[in-house]
Design a protein around this ligand. Structure first.
Ligand SMILES: Cc1ncc(COP(=O)(O)O)c(C=O)c1O
Length: 430
């Protein structure tokens, strides 16, 4: 029997409705019904401020950056560097020279593994990851370990499988640990890492710390000066910006110690026929013409979110995330939602990966799509985590700043209809 709805709907939830006009894409029908976009952990929609920044770039000052002396090139260069400064301000970096503009978080992690990792990781060194990592924070380290003979260790889940087991993390640390690379907020469990503890423990054994902030930077205040990490990565497309661009933030002294990865234009100081010298960071890591308009769009997104206020975004998401979770678990005892409960000490993100006993996640999301509701299904690029959870896949509803309680209600009703549809088709409850 489904439990009663949490009432009244918290006042904070008004923010979602207030912001919708800024996101023109949301005002459309899918399969004849109003779109309910709940696939924000995969990618977010873009506000007018970002769409306008992209359009202005191409209609007013498109030119290559860092090269020309003509007016358009100077303007494009200024805007590109201004975007870097906006990202730096958004994450509290002390200087924009710590922000490397990359294609996405995945490229940022590969950059670190191919530069710092290649120079510092030797046979027998240990790298601590977790079973909950996105493939982007697993495969680059597997490639490095295969090349160097380094050993990968994985933090396991707590016995209730809701988050990373910090006692196990501590037990994995040793003088052989050279690097800890963990997800700040899990894209499946929604659990939030205790970064202060992780940073303190990593420092204790002299290990470097990389944080995958793909699911934290869009949703909560992230301040690199207090995080205690050596690097963080995030993708613009998840925080209201364009795709094809993201950033790697690194402590300047760490970036300075890193050799280049890709070679070519932009990243050099002097080039001779048989050797070259390199630009200081961040340019050292930005070979070739960058994604200029996209980077400018990323800067606009960072500025837009900062003006909105990340504390406000986080407060809103805690409420809509709690509402989503509570409505979902109330649908049926056959619904399993992964990750910690909303009241858990470190909270949980505004996403819910779930399964309905007897139904396949892909069937669930296909039927939801017919009702105009966009959720993701699959392993969400976290296959090892799904093995730990004992399921091949899950469906995932993930909210962002423009979602409303009414949309969560629509999703829940569509899910109930979906379950009924399959139960009827199977000739009774599965
Ligand atoms: C936690 C996490 N890490 C890394 C990534 C990879 O992001 P991208 O594909 O933009 O590089 C994602 C994207 O889903 C993610 O959720």
């Amino acid at each position: 029997m489904a439990s009663p709805l949490p009432t009244p709907v918290p006042a904070q939830l008004a923010l979602g409705a207030a912001l919708r006009a800024e996101f023109p894409i949301l005002d459309q029908k899918v399969n004849g019904l109003p779109l309910v976009y709940l696939d924000n952990a995969a990618t977010s929609q873009k506000p007018r401020a970002v769409l306008d920044a992209l359009s202005r770039c191409y209609t007013e000052y498109n030119a290559n950056v860092h090269r020309g002396v003509h007016a358009l090139s100077a303007k494009a260069t200024n805007e590109y560097e201004e975007a870097r400064a906006k990202v730096a301000a958004f994450i509290g970096a002390s200087t924009s020279r710590e922000v490397v503009i990359v294609r996405n978080a995945t490229e940022g992690i590969n950059l670190v593994s191919n530069t710092w990792g290649a120079a510092n990781i030797k046979q027998g060194d240990e790298i601590i990851l977790s079973v909950a990592e996105h493939h982007a924070n697993l495969v680059p380290w597997q490639l490095l370990a295969a090349r160097t003979g380094a050993v990968l260790r994985h933090v396991r889940l707590t016995p209730d499988k809701s988050q990373l087991d910090m006692d196990h993390f501590r037990s994995l640390l040793s003088p052989r640990t050279r690097l800890v690379s963990l997800v700040h907020v899990s894209n499946v469990l929604g659990c939030v890492l205790d970064t202060a503890y992780v940073a303190e423990q990593a420092r204790r054994v002299g290990a470097k710390l990389l944080l995958d902030c793909c699911q934290s930077v869009p949703h909560m205040p992230v301040d690199v000066c207090s995080l205690g990490a050596d690097w963080i990565v995030a993708s613009s497309h998840k925080f209201c910006g364009p795709s094809g661009v993201g950033f790697l933030w690194g402590r300047y002294d760490v970036l300075e110690s890193m050799e280049p990865w890709m070679g070519g234009g932009e990243m050099i100081a002097d080039v001779f026929l048989d050797q070259s010298t390199y630009a200081p960071p961040p340019m050292r890591f930005e070979a070739g013409t960058p994604a200029i308009a996209e980077a400018i769009g990323m800067g606009a997104a960072a500025e837009w979110l900062q003006q909105l206020g990340m504390d406000r975004v986080h407060a809103f998401e805690e409420e809509i995330g709690t509402y989503l979770y509570e409505r979902l678990v109330a649908v049926s005892p056959r619904v399993t939602v992964y990750g910690p409960r909303p009241g858990a000490p470190r909270g949980r993100a505004s996403l819910a990966a779930f399964n309905v006993e007897g139904l396949h996640a892909t069937d669930v999301s296909t039927l939801l799509d017919m009702a105009g509701v966009a959720v993701r299904s699959g392993h969400h690029c976290a296959q090892p985590l799904h093995r730990e959870l004992g399921v091949p896949a899950s469906a995932r509803a993930s909210a962002y700043i423009y979602n409303t309680a009414a949309e969560i209600d629509t999703f829940i009703e569509a899910l109930k209809d979906t379950i009924k549809f399959f139960d009827d088709a199977h000739g009774g409850v599965a």
